[in-house]
Design a protein around this ligand. Sequence first.
Ligand code: BTN
Length: 248
Amino acid sequence: MSQDYKILHSYSVGSTNDLAEATLSREAVDEFTVFFADYQTNGKGIGHNIWESNMGENLLISIVLHPVFLNPADQFMINKIVSLGVCKCLDKYITGQRITIKWPNDVWVGFGKIAGILSRNLIMGNRFETCIVGIGLNINQQNFSPEIPNPVSMYQIAHRAFDRNEVLKQLIDDVKHFYSLLKKNLIEAINQYYLERLLFYNTSATFIADDQEFTGIIKGVDEFGLLLVEVEENVRRYNIKDISLKVH
Ligand code: BTN
């Protein structure tokens, strides 16, 4: 894979996503510029969540993409290819446990969350200008605060430390791989890979929506990124805010 990317490393930032956005507001930023920090004082997760990470132990990055070829209506494809890239990267380092995508933006190993993705899309009219892809990947952290639900790191699974710079380069290559499939418009192939990685795909699982617990079967994700859940032979569509998956 070619090395056409640029890593901009910082010791401590508020959030790499914010840094990427501020930089983009001032100047042109090439595709596959990667803002990489050792620490975030204001790391952001999905919704109002915060993203916690010890100093210098994990990957905290934001990758700048310019998917001008993509219809803004298909923006969830970016989420798919990035999740697939994270899984492919982890395949190189982790054996013996299933690496899956937990819709919509987590990567899990077994029943632990090892990575989260938070993208910010900049769309001008009907043109997709830029996507800032924020990725937090737990690498060498051994202890997490008890408020974080189901965290896990590569260290905790493999019982050894990893070189963050090596993992970063591998991750960029693997995201590039799936991004190139998207550029070639290989949507069906990407969707197939995604379903193969989707946690609880075609499996009975327990969900909570509208304060009700129910059993359903994940049938996939639609083109807008809504989760398709079959309940009593009807397929319902859910937004992230409206449903949660009960694990254990
Ligand atoms: C989630 O699972 O809620 C998404 C977490 C995304 C965290 C990453 S860390 C690098 C980038 N900068 C941020 O502030 N958030 C993302």
